[in-house]
Ligand binder design. Structure first.
Ligand code: SAH
Ligand code: MG
Length: 205
């Protein structure tokens, strides 16, 4: 399936390489028949644009979960802080306004359901089987493990679990995403597909 995005991907702030985004798009297109897609960590909508566009093409839905208050590294004074996304009135990060802008400009409002909530709270009453889950939320060990615990079990047989920021070598980056990738593999529930850049991919048996 050729990749056609409705807006310039470089105009959207975010943390996703092009090869990773294109892979997300292809995977979401492939699992459309199995169930809806859910991502944890939308930020301004870069991954959302790839996943949502694939969902739109196949009449599927993407649930885009993010509390929009930023991860550790997005807070004031931290490495990836963006003052344009800081809500001075609230004294908090707020990337939701930017996500809404992305969804509207890409005409994805009929295919993407933003869930503005901590991942753990959004998962509390979740029952819908999912064709694909993409985990790209908080990178503390606790946050990553909670995301795995909350969402991996909802991936249907044949469906995809994708995890961003996989760094097998600790010198290259934090280990929490890699640890849940290994947890998925060790669970026996998933088989690993080849990693694309830092995108870990597993298929539910
Ligand atoms: N996928 C995005 C980047 C996500 S950055 C892209 O393609 O650019 C990580 C995001 O995870 C941040 O927006 C942050 O607010 C969100 N996040 C961190 N911890 C979270 C949690 N516990 N629940 C929900 N969202 C969380
Ligand atoms: Mg990431």
């Amino acid at each position: 399936m050729p990749l056609t995005l409705p807006v310039d991907i470089d105009s959207i702030k975010g943390f996703l390489a092009q090869d990773e985004g294109e892979t997300l798009y292809q995977l979401a297109a492939e699992v459309a028949k199995l169930g809806p897609v859910l991502e944890v960590g939308s930020y301004c909508g870069k991954s959302t644009l790839y996943l949502g566009s694939a969902c739109k093409l196949h009449n599927n839905t993407l649930f885009a979960v993010d509390h929009h208050r930023g991860s550790e590294e997005h807070q004031p004074g931290e490495q990836y802080h963006d003052p344009e996304l800081f809500d001075a009135g609230a004294g908090l990060m707020d990337s939701f306004r930017s996500l809404r802008h992305t969804l509207r400009s890409a005409d994805l409002e009929q295919n993407v359901v933003p869930v503005v909530s901590p991942s753990e709270i959004a998962a509390r009453h979740w029952q819908t089987p999912l064709g694909m889950v993409f985990i790209d939320g908080g990178h503390s060990e606790a946050a990553a493990q909670t995301d795995y615990q909350s969402w991996a079990k909802h991936v249907v047989s044949g469906g995809i679990l994708a995890i961003h920021d996989i760094f097998p070598n600790p010198a290259d980056g934090g280990q929490a995403p890699y640890n849940i990738w290994k947890r998925a593999l060790n669970s026996g529930l998933f088989e690993a597909l080849p990693t694309v850049n830092t995108l870990g991919i597993l298929r539910r048996r």
